[in-house]
Design a binder for this molecule. Structure first.
Ligand code: MTE
Ligand code: MO
Length: 421
């Protein structure tokens, strides 16, 4: 059985996903081989940091100074520095969670400096009891956690360009991040406010200088939305909505209103800027698609990806992320021959609904040209489309909701570039 595992399962040298469970696997070039004499030398060698006491304790930890290149890439408007994006460096990360300091940011008018003692949440409109909550009051309500992604509807939109953009995976697809969000289910608060019959929409509004607002169907709010107060165990970072934000699992980023100050229940949507002029899609028919809330299944290989360099031919582990706003990822297939043949990748547990899922598959690179791709299937049976299929469905004037298969070309010398094929 173990010999079988080393036989390719698809073209271009893709191997069985269970190969890495096997013992005695040789990466041939990855480690140095040492004889017993030099092993003794290695054992005796004392690095300078073993000869003196280390640094003292710190109140709040930081990454190693050797990891200073792992940062968010900021893309902001020089005339209005509070409007723009910073991207999560997905190409430098592993696992499924995004560290708080690397969660992507999308602000329309900067990060407000909110004093939590002076911040309140108002719930009003079509309710029997209009309610105002202080942050301290909200902290006393029962909480639950949602582990999942937030993805901007504009993420990956460089994919609509005529020519493939040559940039790191995170600076192309990193308007998506994944955290554990903890807070109060909105169903509890709305139960207390008692919604009136006729209430069908909730208008959520933030306390930033853009006073951003969006309309969300009441059914979704009652189903699984949260007022989040914590992000990966600590209080939410200012840039991600401190002291509280709306979490709308699986729906586009703009619905997750940060610095939330108001929820108004109404019978119809408010037709805000971000649901009319923005976050809508012009279709080939000339009509625009509106309220396209759900983020459809997507995947991409993060390692290797653009900017990485394969050292030499040999065994590699291809690793990437897949997610779907409709539920769990059930399958990720990888191709090393530009989509001629596909092999199933291993999914790292836990596999959760509306959450980043890490996939991995072994690959033996023989040194020639290769095109690496991944495609995800979610639990509704939806298969991530090839770029041509997406363009057939949505036309060439798209800007939001780009989720096509991503292809990385490997050159004979091991450089990786972005291609459409
Ligand atoms: N109040 C407010 N909420 C907001 C925004 C904003 O500018 N103001 N940006 C929205 C957009 S477009 C996105 S994609 C997400 C980004 O969340 P993040 O910055 O925590 O990643 O927040 C949303 N919530
Ligand atoms: Mo967004």
């Amino acid at each position: 059985m173990s010999a079988d595992l080393e036989k390719p399962v698809a073209g271009g040298g893709l191997l069985d996903r269970r190969l890495f469970l096997k013992k005695g696997l040789s990466f041939s070039v990855a480690a140095l081989t040492v004889d017993s004499a030099s092993a003794a030398d290695w054992q005796q060698a004392r690095s300078p940091w073993m000869n003196e006491p280390g640094e003292p304790f710190s109140n709040y930890g930081r990454p190693s100074s050797h990891e200073r290149k792992t940062i968010r890439w900021v893309m902001a408007n020089s005339m209005a520095p509070g409007n723009g994006v910073s991207w999560t460096p997905l190409h430098d990360l592993e696992g499924m969670m995004t560290p708080n300091g690397l969660h992507f940011e999308r602000h329309h008018n900067g990060v407000p400096k909110i004093d939590p003692k002076q911040h309140h949440l108002l719930i009003h409109g079509l309710v029997d009891n209009a309610l105002v909550f202080s942050v301290d009051a909200l902290l006393r309500y029962p909480m639950t956690s949602f582990l999942g992604f937030i993805e901007c509807g504009g993420n990956s939109n460089a994919g609509w360009r005529e020519q493939p953009i040559q940039t790191q995976a995170g600076y192309f697809h990193g308007m998506a991040s994944c955290s554990e969000w903890t807070g109060v289910p909105l169903s509890i608060l709305l139960d207390e406010a008692k919604t009136k019959s006729g209430a069908q929409w909730v208008i959520a509004e933030g306390a930033d200088a853009s006073v951003m607002n969006v309309s969300i169907p009441l059914d979704k709010i009652l189903d699984d939305c949260l007022i989040a107060l914590y992000q990966n165990g600590e209080r939410i970072r200012p840039e991600n909505g401190y002291p509280l934000r709306l979490i709308v699992p699986g729906w586009e980023g703009v619905t997750h209103v940060k610095w939330l100050r108001r929820l108004r229940l109404t019978d119809k949507p408010v037709m805000a800027r971000n649901e009319t002029a923005k976050y809508t899609e012009l279709l080939p028919s000339g009509k625009a698609r509106q309220f396209s809330f759900v983020m459809e299944a997507k995947s991409l290989i993060t390692n290797p990806s653009f900017g990485h360099q394969l050292a030499q031919p040999g065994l590699y582990q291809i690793s990437g992320l897949a997610w779907s706003g409709r539920g769990k990822i059930v399958k990720v297939e990888v191709s090393a021959d530009g989509g001629e043949t596909w092999a199933e990748a291993a999914l790292q547990e836990p596999v959760l609904a509306k959450c980043f899922t890490r996939f991995r598959i072994p690959w033996r690179w023989r040194g020639g040209m290769a095109v690496l791709k991944s495609r995800a299937t979610d639990e509704t049976g939806y298969l991530q489309p090839e770029r041509e299929t997406l363009i057939e469905q949505r036309g060439r004037h798209g800007y939001f909701h780009y989720n096509a298969v991503v292809s990385w070309a490997v050159s004979e010398t091991g450089e990786i570039s972005h291609v459409y094929r």
